[in-house]
Design a protein around this ligand. Structure first.
Ligand SMILES: [Zn+2]
Length: 121
């Protein structure tokens, strides 16, 4: 049974649901607007993802610079997502170690200051 649920905006042919699953009209081959929109959305989404990842990498480089750690190795965007995650995990563990070492140093300095205070009193 052929039931038109939509009409092609280009040639006016009646289109069934299964025809609408195709990317373009089976009569005139015009790309359906909803497919064109979906492709556009995917492009915009991937652009935004790329921008976000670049901003994140820049922020991470700033943090690493503040901690005296070298910048990220060049070309993390060319890596696959799994490798990217592993690199980030490594960077995170390095940051955690740096924070632990710094807080230990602060504790040692504070203990020394307290000891000096008691000695001078
Ligand atoms: Zn058509």
């Amino acid at each position: 049974m052929y039931e038109a649920v939509q009409y092609c905006k280009h040639c006016g042919a009646g289109l069934a649901l299964e025809d609408l699953r195709q990317p373009n009209c089976k009569f005139c081959k015009t790309v359906f607007p909803h497919h064109a929109q979906a492709a556009q959305h995917a492009q915009v989404a991937s652009q935004m993802m790329g921008q976000m990842m670049q901003q994140q990498a820049a922020a991470q480089d700033q943090w690493r610079g503040a901690f005296g750690v070298g910048p990220m190795p060049p070309g993390p965007y060319q890596m696959g997502m799994a490798q990217m995650g592993a690199t980030q995990a490594k960077a995170m563990s390095g940051l955690v170690i740096a924070v632990v070492v710094i807080s230990l140093l602060v504790v040692v300095v504070m203990i020394g200051a307290v000891a000096l205070f008691f000695v001078s009193v």
